[in-house]
Design a protein around this ligand. Sequence first.
Ligand code: GDP
Length: 537
Amino acid sequence: MLDTAQTQGSGAAAVPDFARRRTFAIISHPDAGKTTLTEKLLLASGAIRMAGHVKARGERRRTRSDWMEIEQQRGISVTSSVMTFERDGIVFNLLDTPGHSDFSEDTYRTLSAVDAAVMVIDAAKGIESQTRKLFEVCRLRDIPIFTFVNKVDRESLDPIALMDEVSSTLALDLTPLTWPIGMGVDFRGLIDIANKRALLATERGGPLVREVPFETPEDLIGLEGVEERIINEAVESLTLALGVLPPFELASFREGHLSPVYFGSALKEAGVAELLFGLGSVGPSPLPRSAAGARTVEPAEDLVSGFVFKVQANMDPNHRDRVAFVRLCSGRFKRGMKLFNPREKRQMAIANPIFFFAQERETVDEAVAGDIIGIPNHGMLRVGDTLSEGESIKFEGLPDFAPEILRRVLLSDPMKAKQLQKALQDMAEEGVVQVLKPVSDPAPIVGVVGTLQLDVLAARLEKEYGVPIRYETTSYVTARWIIGERAEVDRFLESNRSSTARDRDDAPVYLARSQWVLDRAIEEWPKLKFVAVKERG
Ligand code: GDP
């Protein structure tokens, strides 16, 4: 049960600004209802007044940027974006993650910038592949997770069976905070366990406008206005669930071991306000971040720090602009401030930072830990860069993943080699693809995690840089970064010239022709490590 004493954000004046921030993402399998839930969260917060805005916003963006035609053709969302909205003095920063499994790298990076996640599950399907993958990423960082079991207004699995499946599949403790009164055609409302009230529709399929308070769920047995069978079954199953499941415990939730579960229907706006309340009351405010050299940066520190988790180039095709999305980790950022970028070893004046509100962008005057600001730049900022006001800090946790799909890039017009090089460098810095320069072949290799990225790359190179390309398959099945003492690495590179390359940062990479060959290399070169994940340098 929620304890109001644990509520942050109420009595806002007494708490520092960053403590009122909730920076989170929604993770789900495609079609589970992430877009609908996003929209209904914005509605519940009052940030938008009418349904349909989230998609409409997508449309506007598409018309602004040609390459997003590809999104339209495929009906998927390729880019992540940020939506900021406010409710009851709490500022929510919702980072949108692309739903398509092909874009997992971008998603991983987005998840490195949040403090909590909402996992949306389709009540008829339970845990699906993509949810599971994304959940594992959250678990790597012990991010607290809210679970929203969506579409209870449709034919669904039994709530106890569902909780059981989710709990055992993910090895995660669950505790319900809302419970459905009937599911599918029987759906009549929710029991809001945290706030001890039933929320009911006054007409079948209508909004949950009737509120009935209770002391214990048993008080709801035989409740007037709901079919006896439906309400009694709901109370019975809830009592059973509460009897066997652990109670809500803040520490366990914050450590990522226990997830509060909200049953609901995003489409019918049922359970959405309760989820928003949960995010505000028990969701974590900005967490400390670990940085290189065993340094932990606290959000309450005076000096500003933050890191770039995403770079988006050419948001406006008429200008070669790029926007770096920066997650602030400490201090109070002010427009015009000069921040130090240790990779470039220089200061940068942040003249025109942008905030992303539900419907528009605005210039930022001030921002605090937990906030996301967009910094327009001409290529100075890369994913993984740290910006700080004083000391040189390097945040950890923004990895590159070994690509599983490797293609040679061939130019249709050989005169454009220079443009291609520049364009690929841009795309690599933006994190769209990894670009590898083979030691013994002039044609660059691009590495991706999913094939859709290849289509996006080709479309963007042609549209934005006027460089049409073709791909040619390679005989490599995977890549590994080679880590070890310089002399040993050099010896390896010398004896494997046809299977090695350099990455964007000139780090040596082994291109393996099969898993067997990779295993043999690992065995034959015990002093070297062949790693699949590399921190961005
Ligand atoms: P996303 O791919 O996860 O963003 O999913 P969408 O939000 O686009 O939803 C996928 C489909 O499920 C759409 O047709 C929605 O209208 C529908 N949907 C979403 N939430 C609900 C819900 O609570 N109940 C029902 N019946 N349909 C829903």
